[in-house]
Design a binder for this molecule. Sequence first.
Ligand SMILES: NC(=O)c1ccc[n+]([C@@H]2O[C@H](COP(=O)([O-])OP(=O)(O)OC[C@H]3O[C@@H](n4cnc5c(N)ncnc54)[C@H](O)[C@@H]3O)[C@@H](O)[C@H]2O)c1
Ligand SMILES: O=C(O)[C@H](O)COP(=O)(O)O
Length: 388
Amino acid sequence: MYRIRTFNKISPVGLNRLDPALYAVSDSETDEDAILVRSAKLLDYDFPKNLLAISRAGAGVNNIPLDRCSEAGIVVFNTPGANANAVKELVLCAMLMGSRDVDGGIQWVRQQVASGVDVTTVVEKGKAAFIGPELYKKTLGVIGLGAIGSLVANIALSLGMDVYGYDPFLSVDAALRLDRHIHVVKDINELYKRADYITIHIHYTKDTERMIDAKAIGAMKRGVRFINLARGEIVDDDAMLAALDTGWVAAYVTDFPNNRLVGAPHVLAMPHLGASTPESEQNCAVMAVDQLRDYLENGNIRNSVNLPAVSQERSGVCRLCLIHKNVPAMLASITTLLSRDGINVENLSNKSRGDYAYTIVDLSAPADQCVIDEVTALENVIRVRVIQ
Ligand SMILES: NC(=O)c1ccc[n+]([C@@H]2O[C@H](COP(=O)([O-])OP(=O)(O)OC[C@H]3O[C@@H](n4cnc5c(N)ncnc54)[C@H](O)[C@@H]3O)[C@@H](O)[C@H]2O)c1
Ligand SMILES: O=C(O)[C@H](O)COP(=O)(O)O
């Protein structure tokens, strides 16, 4: 029986894929073998020794201490693309709301009614205060052309926008998803100097923290409208507030409110709603659960953010799964111990990612505990699992 602790509400459509005969799942499990999480912060969480995996039902993993997980042999998964459509649709909403003062207008209508005015008598005169430009024929800059950015870039074309994209690490898959009419630039300043609207879709890491600072904003066009449904930390709030104050930035629409931003003019702050649709919550939960099950039951790794992707059809009678450091002669050391005991290797897969590597070995005979202990004791081996 595996114990899975949930740290957020995970869609039952995903959770129902966990057989209750094999899995105990709740938010009160202790000594858990695995974690299912959305945005709950695990940075200071004291992981149980037997924790094997964390599956993030969503894209961003800045709430998970990846280095600490790798060192402890904990595999971290996310669900690439599973919530991208939900975010794309909210970006469209954000672009429109940052343009036309729909929010201000709706609030004004409510205020009229609340103060006893017959709103029908003031609408036509009052509406002039809420005028705003159209998206059609304007230029959109998309920073980050991954799962979300590529969808946003493509749909903006169909709104009649001219689209510039920037992504120095563009994957082949992502590039193939992009409409050929999108101008992909190598220098972000090419995007900054042209865009009337900029939307950012990159991960928050040490490298992207406050990437949108005073210098970046200064390189943008005066009157730019900036949309941030990625992470609050990517934008330097001081620089953004100063630019809103002078009108250099006409509107800042963000999914990451804080008290300073919410009080400022021309800021529209939503409560992290990007992925909050039933469809996206289900997609993410299904993917997070399926990947987790495949790892727990078969040792296969798909869509990990800290270990390589390694999957292998089951063969033999017993499977060894090893997380180890990416150093020379690991495979030789492991197979030497196995062959010394007369155990034949039916199939083997090994891949590395940065400082770490993962090996799956299917064996023709069950490995006895002595040999497992010896493999576990090898220098640079972090974790060994035996799956029957
Ligand atoms: N508001 C929400 O609810 C919500 C929902 C989903 C994702 N997100 C955020 O959006 C981020 C992106 O999600 P995704 O699914 O598109 O991820 P993704 O991995 O598919 O795409 C990220 C892209 O950013 C690119 N990139 C990395 N560094 C860059 C840089 N310095 N400049 C330009 N591009 C860079 C990568 O090459 C990649 O193509 C997530 O990490 C998360 O923080 C927010
Ligand atoms: O990174 C993500 O996937 C989003 O920020 C969504 O987060 P959530 O699952 O907590 O809504």
